[in-house]
Design a protein around this ligand. Sequence first.
Ligand SMILES: C[S@@+](CC[C@H](N)C(=O)[O-])C[C@H]1O[C@@H](n2cnc3c(N)ncnc32)[C@H](O)[C@@H]1O
Length: 410
Amino acid sequence: MNKEAGKIHDKFPCPHCGTLLTKRLMERAWVTKFDKAINQTIRQAKQVPVLINYSVGKQRFEKTPDAFDLALIEKIEQMEIPYWFPTDRMPEGYNTEQPKVSHGITHVHHFYTRRNLWVLGGMYDKAFKARHKLSLFFIQYAALGFAKISRYVPTHFSQVNRYLSGTLYVGSQQVEVSSGYILTGKLQRLIKHEAPRFGEIKVASIGCCDSSVFPIPGESIDYIFTDPPFGGNLMYSELNFLWEAWLKVFTNNKPEAIENTAQGKGLPEYQKLMTECFKEYYRVLKPGHWMTVEFHNSKNAVWNAIQEALQAACFVIADVRTLDKQQGSFKQVTSASAVKQDLIISCYKPNGGLEERFKLEAGTEQGVWDFVRTHLKQLPVFVRACFQQAEFCFQQAKQSRACFQQAKQK
Ligand SMILES: C[S@@+](CC[C@H](N)C(=O)[O-])C[C@H]1O[C@@H](n2cnc3c(N)ncnc32)[C@H](O)[C@@H]1O
């Protein structure tokens, strides 16, 4: 490995015969063992500890594992973990294929070295027994950083949470960090910023449910801000599976609004699920009130699906702007066709019977002007933008009229 560049050498000599090799030319070494936790024989990619990074006081040192270190790891491998840990099978999916095929990781506990599984199990045990939500939230942070998805990146000083976000990718150089290493910084930030405010908000309701069925009465909400899934950008239920397994609560992925072949969902299914969510937003929103939709995706087709879903739910789109978040996420930077900036869609639920009138008047010039007048009344007045807004909503009204006529013909 080239430590300065933080990469495996493109070519390297065989230590026995000197032949120049590449990683691709080589076959992966596998080990077969009995996994007591699931009562099955499993086959996994062989892993060899090659480097120990340790500290004495504030000074860091490195060493190659010696016989004592290797014997200690082996001893831990043979011991029973005295705590509960999740052994759920990973779902079939887009992100779960690479760990399974390349490393033989098929169950949640396979994502952890035995030592980390032991430590994480111990921490969850204490937090659950204490029924301490802040502690659970705190430990949650380690569920991914402790996992084998954390890659060793020697070009970075810190090895905390070095996983490819938005994936469950398991690399060939993994880093196994200790609980102190991964959690100390977080603990200090938590004590300083979050713990003092924990419990401060007295009236808030936090729900975790499918947005197409809110247990909320109609016309009861003043404003909605929503950050929906964007087509097949991220496979939330797959990615959440690791920490959900620790919490023993899983996403019901049936209504999950994503594109995912393993779930049998393409763009039409995504659009249908999004339409159902937007219709529910429409139902609970007070008439004349606004919804802001954050949109972040690379593909025009997904953008069209979102717009059509909004229109099918009867929202009127009043404005679309870019949101410069300064720093692109992993997916934004790496996908060739990615939109570099997020979009913010402002739309509202029309007030005062526009829909009914529009149904009667659609196709007539009077209908278009009724739409324009109602729309302008709805908008906050900015003198400079007024002319542009009038132009924009006139175009929208024309478009809606064309859509209506097309639908009528059909
Ligand atoms: C773009 S993310 C939101 C991220 C969030 N704003 C944040 O900063 O953490 C979209 C979220 O919608 C959730 N989701 C997918 N389908 C849903 C549905 N039918 N109802 C409610 N939420 C859903 C996903 O699980 C994901 O957490």
